[in-house]
Design a protein around this ligand. Sequence first.
Ligand code: GLU
Length: 497
Amino acid sequence: MSVRVRFAPSPTGPLHIGGVRTALYNYLFAKKNGGDFILRIEDTDQSRYVAGAEQYIIDSLAWLGLSFDESPAGGPHAPYRQSERKDIYSKYAQTLIDTGKAYYAFDSAEELDAMRKELEAAKVDNPSYNSVTRMKMKNSITLGKEETQRRIANGDPHVVRLMVPLKEEIRFKDMIRDWVVVHSSTIDDKVLLKADGMPTYHLANIVDDHEMGITHVIRGEEWLPSAPLHILLYKAFGWQHPEFAHLPLLLKPEGNGKLSKRDGLLGDFPVFPVEWKDDSGEVSRGFKQDGYLPEAVLNFLALLGWNPGTEQEIFSLEELINAFSIDRINKSGARFDIQKAQWFNQHYIKTMDDATLVAEVNKGLDNEHLASQLVKLMKERVTFIKEIKTEVPYLFEAPSAYDETVAAKKWDDLAKKAMPIIIELLAGVDDFSTENIHKAIWEGLPEQEIKPGKVMQALRLATTGAGNGPDLMLMLEILGKEEVTARIKKALEVLGA
Ligand code: GLU
């Protein structure tokens, strides 16, 4: 049987980076096994529906290069949006009623509330609508066939509930967590079909996984508590359930508790793949807009909860597909370490081809020659592409101040003597290239009994205002002879000659 997995987000807002990891693991598992990766939109909870969230999910995964074999755009099991599959669920709910596995319940909100209060007063553990309490409520079991039919014909509001067995051990083998065993007494008679005729998550999810031929359900740990109920539902339908793999949580940078949006704000990092603007105009940062490369995000996420069993850290998507296996997913949560994401980003910038990088840097610069010089200067030094420009502001504007500590140490008598000489040496350089500048200074200064190394930091200070930075000779070339000369003169004025 060929592998079929699905990513089944609810469009309730922007997709959290943990959701992206879930999608990635599903994708890797599908591709590793030559299977299909399906996008299903679980939008049955209309009160939580957020316009634009579905498109956001699609755009985010497209940015990362995770493509679907089937999705709302099309496929053999269309439609892939649950809101468009309403009839399917009521048909299946009816099957369960017909076979005595589910029942109608007519209880009002007040009646349900009263039951809960009564149970709480009697100190019942875990008060719920279950095999015991259902016998005291208004449902098709207690009301009988005729009254039930009369109420339905009358249009009385009602839900459909699963008849959870009284005493049954529910067990399944999770691919990550091994055996999970739960007693049915801990599960209540869950609503499957709501009063408005819409299915709940549980019914829709199981019906679709079955109808769509899903073989493996790979999802976040937060769904583990629902899994026993899902097993019961499969059983009630008489279907074989898919394999389950519940992924470990993404933890806060400190390692305690689930990673939240707030952690991103506190730690100054994004927790969403791409930027999201909500209705109120509030903007949530995205990895994309922050300057992370898709390759870096994929690599980072892949290793957040999974390990290849080797020392290898750098993986292309292709390599991830080859190396991936569910048994190397950790059971315990994965600490979110943004420095690691930055480390990957730095790596992927270093290995990016120059032409692509130059084109990127040239955006808004419109000077290809300068862009390529900047790339040469900064490629090995930056974490984000934008830093190729922002880390060297002095290449675009003369320094308005000089690093005081460096000035105090390095702007000494020797520097003061050397600077006018350097101006003269540079005047003699026709082709103002890194090599020629270097040659002029390194040959010229020793002739005046000055060791170039002793005044290089002063020259850097004079031309950039800073005490350290990227390759000085290349920066001088980028600035050009006139600008360099003017800057040294200005430094002699300000710092003293
Ligand atoms: N709609 C659920 C979610 O938002 C899907 C959970 C599952 O994969 O079963 O995550």
